[in-house]
Write a protein that binds this ligand. Structure first.
Ligand SMILES: N[C@@H](CCC(=O)N[C@@H](CS)C(=O)NCC(=O)O)C(=O)O
Length: 217
């Protein structure tokens, strides 16, 4: 059955892989499933046809036969459950990997997104500098906790899993702010994740669409 995802016609990040279709592409590459991509303009994302698939007018979505999904956590979990390669067989290990997926989107991603919004939208506010340092501290707190848990291990819980895929995807956005470099084991964890052939293929596929004219190769 054909899998179709949606992505930005032109991502605001110019191909850095921060748009969330990258994590879905990555999951599909990890499990070896081919997929098609429907590119959407910002305007098309807000029109009824797309809102019927994604009620918040966002990308990505995932279509497979009659099944339509949104929310990257749910999409990656679906891929990981349907195909082999992203979740352990052992029931407890599987539950722990899923726990890390939730931790990524529910506990680690929110302060990182808040920092991104502050830097993008609040710089002209008189309280910007004060708020920025508060927001940065919230990110640092989460990164420190994650760093302590990861310690010197390769992945969060045994072999690479959908939990690592989601966590690394979230950490990519923290690297933009330089805060990640304060935690060398997390920076190395992210570098390891990016070195995976499946990630490289996913990254290259989104870059081919989003790179500024003439810079993709
Ligand atoms: N929680 C959602 C977030 C989706 C999301 O924020 N997508 C961004 C692109 S990475 C988007 O569509 N932004 C445009 C908008 O919100 O209008 C998920 O994980 O799928």
């Amino acid at each position: 059955m054909t899998i179709t995802i949606t992505a930005f016609e032109r991502s605001p990040d110019g191909g850095k892989g921060l748009a969330r279709d990258t994590r879905v592409r990555w999951a599909l590459e990890e499990v070896g499933q081919p997929y098609e991509v429907r590119l959407l303009s910002y305007r098309a994302m807000k029109e009824p046809a797309h809102l019927a698939l994604q009620p918040f007018g966002q990308i990505p979505t995932y279509e497979e036969g009659d099944l339509v999904l949104f929310e990257t956590g749910a999409i990656v979990l679906h891929i990981a459950e349907r195909y082999v390669g992203l979740l352990p067989r052992n029931a407890n290990a599987r539950a722990r990997a899923i726990t890390w997926m939730f931790a990524a989107v529910n506990t680690v991603e929110p302060p990182i997104l808040d920092l991104g919004s502050a830097r993008l939208q609040e710089t002209s506010m008189p309280w910007y500098e004060d708020r920025l340092s508060l927001v940065e501290d919230r990110v640092r707190k989460r990164l420190r906790q994650l760093s302590l848990r990861l310690g010197g291990t390769e992945w969060l819980d045994g072999a690479f899993s959908a939990g690592d895929l989601m966590m690394a995807s979230v950490l990519l956005r923290a690297r933009v702010s330089d805060l990640l470099d304060e935690f060398p084991n997390l920076a190395a964890y992210l570098t390891r994740a990016e070195a995976r052939p499946a990630y490289k293929r996913a990254f290259a596929a989104q870059l081919a669409i989003n790179a500024p004219e003439g810079s993709a190769n």
